[in-house]
Each structure stands twice: as C-alpha cells, then as structure tokens.
Ligand binder design. Structure first.
Ligand code: S3P
Length: 425
C-alpha cells in the first residue's frame, strides 16, 4: 500500500544533550534539581545509572520527570562498580571532567561502539590539567581509569569543534585552580554554558573562546528540557519528501548552535513555518510546521557543520530526493560518531538505489534517485536506524531494517510516532 503522506501533531522527546547535562549538573549542585521533559532514552538512562553509582539519589518520578538530590561538587562517592556509559559519548566525555577533582578511583567502560571512539581529545587536555587518566592505546580508548585531584586551569586551543571536549574541560575548570579557557575552531553547541549559568555559575564567552573561573558552586534549580531538534529533524525531512504531508512538531529546541538543519532545509526549498518562539530556563523553543515541498541540492560545510553534525544522515536522505547534487564537506567528524557515518550512510542508502559517493570529509549526493526496498542495517546507530525508517516510507517495495531497536538511544517512541503520523490523515 502506498503511503498517503504523514499528517498530525507530535511532541518529539526531550533534547538528549540537555537531558544528560541536567542530571550531571543536578548531581554536583547543592540542593535539589527537578527536571521536566527529560528524555528517557538509553543514553540518558546510562547517565542516571553512572551518577547513582557515584552515590547520587535520583528519582525517576515518571518517564519525563526526574528529581536529583545534589551532593555538591565534592560530594560524589567512590564507586564500587565500573561506570558503564553504554553507547553514550556525551556521558563518558563529560563525566571525565566532572570527576576531575576527586582523589577517588574510577573505571569507565561502554559498549562496542564506545570502545572504537577516540578519547584522547579529552584525556590529553585533562591530563595537562593534572588528572591521572589512562586507557587502551595511551588513553585513547576504553576501558579508561581516572583518578583526579589538584586540577590546574589551562588555556586550551581545541583542534576540533566539539561540545563534548569543550564541556569536559570547562567542567574540570570549574574545580580547578585559576581560570580555564577553551578556544574552538568553530562554535559547537553551548548547552553546558547556558545550563551552568542556570545553576548560578559564571561563564564568560567571547567569540570562539569560553572561560570559567575555578571554585564556583552550583545551586539546584528547575530544568525544563525542550524537544530535541535532532529528533525533530527526521520528521522535518519526512514531511518534506513524502507527498501530501503536514506535520506539526511541538516545543522543539531552537538553540542557534543547533538549528543548522533548518537553514539547510529552507535553503533546499523546504516549507517549514516557525510558531510561538519562547525561552525557558536558558533554552529557546518553538513549534515547527512542515509541509511537503520539492527540494533542490545544496552545499553544506564550514561553520555550519557543528550546528547540524548529528543531522547529516537525514540531510543525506533529503538530498537523494532533491533535484541536483548536494555536497557535504568539512565533516570528517562523522567518522567518529556512533558508527562511521560517512560509510554507514553511503553503504545503506546506496543499497536502496541512492547515488552517493563518499569523500574524505563528507559525501556527494546525486539527487533525484527513486529508492527501492532493501535489507539494510542501522549497525546499532540510532540516527542511521531512524534515517532508514524514513527512507523506507518513500521506497518502492519492502525494506527490512536490521538492528532497528537502536533508535531507543535517543528516541524510544520513534516508531510509535511514525505510525501515528501514517494513520492520522
Ligand atoms: C553532543 C555533542 C556532539 C553531538 C553529540 C552530543 C553533546 O558531539 O554529536 O550527539 O551533548 O555535547 P561532539 O561534541 O563530539 O561534536
């Protein structure tokens, strides 16, 4: 049966980056933090599990409401078990900064994908601040061991635009002697800076540089997590490329360091309307209405990349349906995400009839290719699984997605939402 379009209203789940930080910062704050709109995805549950092992009392009142009884920055306990971050790069990298000033011993592990992801980008600068860190291949891969203490502020010029690197160093800087400054090549997402301010910490931003003075304390607060624009992206593209669609996405995070997907889709000719823009506890959000529209190819690169790095798989799918060629460049970071996303996007979409060439730092997508059903694989990568599910909606014939359950890392209700939109014309 051919699909009659996707129609209806949905609220995408809470932002993954903000949900992680709300539990982490709540744990090291003085007093209680209440979180609403929390993302109950596997990655954020890994963060809760790690902080519970560090002695923090965390109550999951219902899936989206969490109460964290902060222990203060010096109050975390020495864990009796290894800290297992599962599939979560944000958890492992930020927690290293948080644990930087305790003389306790910690062992950090994760799943098969985490074991392949580079950690030196964080362990090197943290070591230079005085933290004892080690791991496989000179501290580049898990399992990692960490013992903190006597952290000194640094000025660090990061070779990559990475919010995980920036955040880990700032969180160590929060506990360091003196001032810590991180300078990035391009601006990465700034949720750490915004949320630290909501917890009463002063952070100084000047262009591409962010500084923090050591010795500040966090005070528990209320965090309202907006919907994740990276999750909304799947429906922004689905609504654009599936004929006869109109989808309203409620309360989507509109932080300017994350809205590159909107810039690109609008530039490709998408019909997306923004309504009810508001700001709540430091983060802006709005409702987005997307309608089907013909798309044209585009070029994506430079300082736009950090603003849409997680959306590149779904942008690539949009580009297969656009008129003309789309070039994605300056995105070598894709190779060190949950999978090598240049390879997984190119291999899996080409199995469905797309015409995409991999390049060293991105891909070239020749548009206007009808897709056909195939047996494809998420390779355990949530964003590849969701992108393939959207691709299957426009493919002729049956598509089988192996490892589709990976979507629960960031969007456990994804297939339920997709079914709802399919049936609600
Ligand atoms: C994240 C930062 C990004 C992003 C990841 C979440 C964060 O990674 O890809 O999904 O929450 O800080 P990098 O900072 O390594 O680019």
């Amino acid at each position: 049966m051919t699909l009659q379009g996707l129609n209806g209203v949905i609220q995408v789940p809470g932002d993954k980056s903000i949900s992680h930080r709300s539990v982490m910062f709540g744990s090291i704050a003085e007093g209680t933090t209440t979180i609403s709109g929390f993302l109950p995805g596997d990655d954020c549950l890994s963060t809760i599990s790690c902080f519970r092992k560090l002695g923090v009392e965390i109550e999951v009142v219902n899936e989206e409401t969490v109460i964290v009884k902060g222990r203060g920055i010096q109050g975390l306990q020495e864990p009796t078990e290894v800290l297992d971050v599962g599939n979560s790069g944000t958890t492992i990298r930020l927690i290293m900064g948080i644990l930087s000033n305790t003389a306790h011993h910690h062992t950090l592990i994760g799943d098969e994908s985490i074991a392949k992801r580079p950690m030196k980008r964080v362990t090197d600068p943290l070591r230079s601040m005085g933290i004892q860190l080690d791991g496989r291949e000179e501290g580049n891969f898990t399992p990692l061991s960490l013992r903190g203490g006597n952290v000194k502020g640094i000025t660090y010029k990061s070779p990559v635009a990475s919010a995980q690197v920036k955040s880990a160093i700032l969180l160590a800087g929060l506990q360091a002697e003196g001032v810590t400054t991180v300078i990035e090549p391009e601006k990465s997402r700034d949720h750490t800076e915004r949320m630290l301010e909501a917890f009463g910490v002063q952070v100084k931003e000047e262009g591409l540089s962010v500084s923090i003075e050591g010795g500040q304390t966090l005070t528990g607060t209320h965090i309202e997590v907006p919907g994740d624009i990276s999750s909304a992206a799947f429906f922004l593209v689905a609504g654009s490329i599936i004929s006869n669609s109109q989808i309203e996405l409620k309360k989507v995070g509109m932080n300017p360091t994350r809205t590159g997907i909107l810039d690109v889709l609008l530039n490709m000719g998408a019909s997306i309307e923004e309504k009810n823009l508001k700001t709540d506890v430091a983060e802006p959000f709005a409702d987005l209405v997307v309608k089907s529209a013909p798309l044209k190819g585009t070029e994506v690169g430079g300082d736009l990349i950090p603003r849409l790095i997680d959306e590149i798989p779904i942008i690539a799918l949009a580009a297969t349906q656009a008129q003309g060629t789309t070039v994605i460049k300056d995105a070598a970071e894709l190779k060190v995400k949950e999978t090598n996303r240049i390879d997984t996007v190119v291999n899996e979409l080409n199995k469905m009839g797309a015409n995409i060439e991999a390049t060293e730092d991105g891909m070239i997508i020749h548009g206007g290719t009808p897709l056909h059903g195939a047996s494809v694989n998420s390779h355990g990568d949530h964003r590849i699984g969701m992108m393939l599910a959207v691709a299957s909606c426009i493919a002729e014939g049956e598509t089988i997605i192996k490892n589709r359950e990976a979507v629960s890392v960031s969007y456990p209700s994804f297939f339920a939402h997709l079914d709802k939109l399919k049936g609600s014309k």
